[in-house]
Design a protein. Sequence first.
Length: 655
Amino acid sequence: MELHVRSDGSDETPDGSEQHPFASIDAAAQVAQPGDTVLVHAGVYREWVSPRFSGLSDHRRITYAAAPGEHVVIKGSEQVTGWRREDGSVWTVDVPNSLFGDFNPFAEEVDGDWIVYADPSTPKKHLGDVYLNGLSFYEVTSRAELADPPRRTEVHDDWTKTPDHVRDPDQTQLVWFAEVGDESTTVWANFGDADPNAELVEVNVRRSVFYPREHHVDYITVRGFELCQAATPWAPPTADQPGLIGPNWAKGWVIEDNVIHDAKCSAISIGKEASTGHNFATVRGDKPGYQYQLESVFTAAQTGWDREHIGSHVIRRNTIFDCGQNGIVGHLGCVFSTIEDNHIYNIAIKREFYGYEIGGIKLHAALDVVIRHNHIHDCSLGTWLDWQTQGTRVSRNVYHDNKRDLFVEVSHGPYLVDHNLFASPVSLESFSQGGAYVNNLVVGTVWLSPVLERPTPYHVPHSTQVAGYAAIMGGDDRFVGNVFLGGDTAAAYGTDFRFPGSAHHGTAGYDGHPSSMEEYRVLIGDPTKGDHERFTVPQPVYIHDNVYLGGAEPYAAEQGAVVLEGDVSVRVVTEGDAVHLETRLPEGFGDTTVVAVSGADLPPVRFVDADFDDPDGRPAVIDADLVGQAKDAGQRYAAGPLLTLKGGSQRTQVW
């Protein structure tokens, strides 16, 4: 059945026909049944859509879609009028609290586990926001700061102690402050030269825009909308993780062909729910967040965290931008999902608040997740895979102009990273083990680090069942057929980088690791050491047939390394929706080829004792380059992500 929604319809006596449509999407969502399509016609809908019923399978879904050729906007904000000029460019308005119901974003703080406030005495930010013709404002902490706000050009990253540039310094002078009373919330804002009564001014009202309030609303498709302006809370892996849109705790959602922007924290959530822990480290102050995160894995297993009930979502062909924390976030609920063909940018670069749980894509417990052919740029961190990354594949993505491209943390693998373009000054960070990096172009630095103080779980392959847990020794990685560029490591992180010497251009950071399991067994065979002590030696690495340009350095024991001298340059150029890779490589590059590999050619990972295979148990097939050109296992091709990469000057469209 097709149920229609139109802004001039009625929720009093609709039947969902074209002649008698619903006026709100949520009204239709309370009656839509498996197999139904809710077709929404052009207009702006200010509501929180909370589907009531599940689809039954991939083939008996409930679909919510914008009518073909029509622009449908669903907003978590409300327009506010009646502003009064207080002084100069500062205006004020009283908003009745009845507008917010039981959730007032101007009273809710941006707070929780792993958020960082540099000065504990500074008042915390709030989930509220003010928008002038769609442009979000910055919150200040007192009315006195409204009159003459400074133009900020950078803030400092507490992790690396290096400056982060603010994308739009002029935007930092558009500021607001609010006081919440018993009956109303008073908002003050500096609108610069604008008259708020002559422009569109909106404030955040709703936590989410399209998100079930209940668990296990399964097999829903959301297609073709613009969704924006939601007061989403800080979403660490130890808390409930609601997004502007998402399935809550469910299975089988498809979120496709949408434009999603201006989530206070996270846009799309495929993450954790509150019963497995909600900011206990912050609230209770008795145990570290690490311990509560470890507990949440076991709590989830007791409440039905498995392939039959959770995950297997598809997020594709969306445009996601201007969010304060994450473009896509998930812990536990992200398992067995596919994230492909999305354009993600301007994530966590407003820099209004800071924490350790940010990224264009930020996932914990990414089990059998596919992250394929996405364009991710201008983010604080392009993709952060944290904890239990196992069976996951990061393939054919284009990263550029991020502060950092890919960070894999405290994971045991196996995970596969192939045919990607990593073009930011900081390209790869691995605080993990058990990875395979095949045919990537790595323009920036590679930072490697063991993590001995946080033993983390690993799983029975292709399952949520925990098989054990272990500390991260580092190593047990594979690098085949990649191209590395040299550069200034200090410049990549900044001169105030607090971990000097940790990052390299190339694979030289693995020097000192044995190059085979046979060598490793010799190292652990010292009869004078006890059973635990003898395993503290570096793990083996399997590094061969990579190409190093412009001063990048190979692993000392690498077989088949090709080091070329000569001028090198790599640029990513965007022209409208197209992205081009412009390269100038030494002429000798054309003489270097490497054999295409499959999962069967990659040694199994040590701790998990698992192979590099697809979810069906067969060896991973690595048969397409960055732009989708086919490759055959065993044949020789150019190193790097493109079959056509060659010496000399070249320009290739990669998106």
